[in-house]
Write a protein that binds this ligand. Structure first.
Ligand code: ADP
Length: 381
């Protein structure tokens, strides 16, 4: 981490800092030169150059090596305060110091470059692995509904007269279910690529949470047929500034998961409430609040829970990862749904927490800070 930060320091600064470090260490050695011999100083300066080599580019390090050799020669090797070297032994020492300092710089730099290449290779291998996982699950997820649609339409077209009305209805239902599934996967992919590109900018507008919840629930009427649904929305909920489309997708993914990963007959509960915040609780400047006059920043709390089998505790922290599916998850699904949910909630500056419920099932708690406005006031406007 420290290496990455220091690498970002520009070249001129690196030269300046190398100069500073060598001078400071040289100065300290100079003060202590009565107590330590000039040969010990050579070791201290070598360590300084090695430390600089760990963080900076090759040229500033070579500069530090050269500077430290000159400082050692001028201030420490007898006769002091001249570049002359008194004995043949010291000349040899100075030459060796210079070579070791340079080698140190070059080799450390080489190791760092090799490390960088190894890191890049590892990253590339991980990306390829990720893409393989994606393509394997995607090809299955896309091909299955496409095969269903092709098969059913083929049957309808070729044997139309021989098929009973009952079977025709069954084939058309199959086509409809497969198209919805295909549409969901394509939506997930498009949303994921929007999130990946950092392109998600929520279009905030006044939003009635009742309308939001029921628009998703009504669209999922068929899917919810075998489950019992409880909607508990606080009657006095104000309007929130949200991106209706993104929040619809959040609720859609969570409800469809609750349907898919619980047994028929299970109960799915959706609740919505608002926490009024104390003054100054949110990071909104006084000016911002003033400019929005009547706007108040509160927190929307959305809870989606089911009474299914829950999620193993050790996997909870991973379920929001891209392409992550539980080890014993039933087939179907790409592992993108929850990562999209998290991305969209965070695009609203919100948070989402997942916890297991005692006695079975899971609970998603979404908290989104938002401007609020009373429903009546908006309606009057
Ligand atoms: P997908 O559903 O495509 O596999 P998700 O990201 O939506 O991907 O979900 C990740 C995993 O979390 C799923 O594979 C499933 O095992 C688990 N999961 C999600 N929702 C629930 C739920 N309500 N109950 C139990 N497990 C769930």
């Amino acid at each position: 981490m420290a290496i990455i930060i220091l690498n970002k320091i520009n070249r001129t600064r690196q030269y300046f800092l190398s100069f500073l470090f060598v001078c400071i260490i040289g100065g300290i050695c100079f003060i202590l030169s009565d107590f330590i011999g000039y040969r010990v100083v050579a070791f201290i300066l070598l360590v300084t150059v090695s430390l600089i080599a760990m963080f900076f580019d090759i040229l500033p390090v070579l500069f530090a090596a050269l500077l430290s050799a000159l400082i050692w020669d001028f201030f420490f090797i007898p006769p002091r305060y001249t570049f002359l070297v008194g004995s043949a032994e010291d000349t040899l020492m100075l030459l060796m110091y210079f070579i070791i300092a340079m080698l140190n710089a070059v080799l450390t730099n080489k190791i760092r470059r090799m490390e960088k290449i190894a890191r890049q290779k590892e990253e590339k291998a991980n990306t390829i692995k990720l893409y393989n996982v994606l393509f394997n699950s995607l090809s299955h997820e896309l091909k299955t509904p496409i095969a269903t649609i092709i098969g059913a339409t083929d049957n309808l077209l070729t044997d139309s007269n021989k098929i009973s009305e009952d079977n025709k209805y069954k084939l058309i239902s199959e086509i409809s279910i497969a198209s919805v599934r295909l549409n969901e996967q394509v939506e997930n992919l498009l949303n994921m690529s929007r999130l990946e590109s950092g392109y998600i900018r929520p279009k905030l507008d006044w939003c009635d949470v009742n309308e939001l919840v029921y628009s998703v629930v009504n669209r999922l009427e068929n899917e919810l047929k075998k489950h019992s649904l409880k909607v508990e929305i606080n009657e006095n909920l104000p309007l929130f500034k949200l991106d209706f489309g993104l929040m619809e997708q959040v609720l859609h993914n969570l409800i469809i998961n609750a349907v898919n990963y619980t047994e028929p007959g299970a109960t799915i509960t959706i609740s919505a409430d608002c926490i009024r915040n104390l003054k100054g609780h949110f990071e909104v400047t006084a000016n911002e609040i003033k400019s929005k006059r009547d706007a108040t920043i509160n927190t929307l709390i959305l809870k989606i829970s089911d009474n299914g089998i829950g999620i193993p505790e050790d996997e909870i922290e991973h379920v929001f990862d891209k392409f992550y599916r539980l080890k014993n998850s039933k087939t179907g699904g790409t592992g993108l749904g929850l990562s999209i949910v998290k991305g969209f909630v965070e695009a609203h500056n919100g948070t989402i927490i997942l916890s297991n419920i005692e006695g079975g099932g899971i609970l998603f708690t979404i908290k989104i800070p938002s401007e609020t406005s009373s429903l009546n006031k908006q309606k009057n406007e």
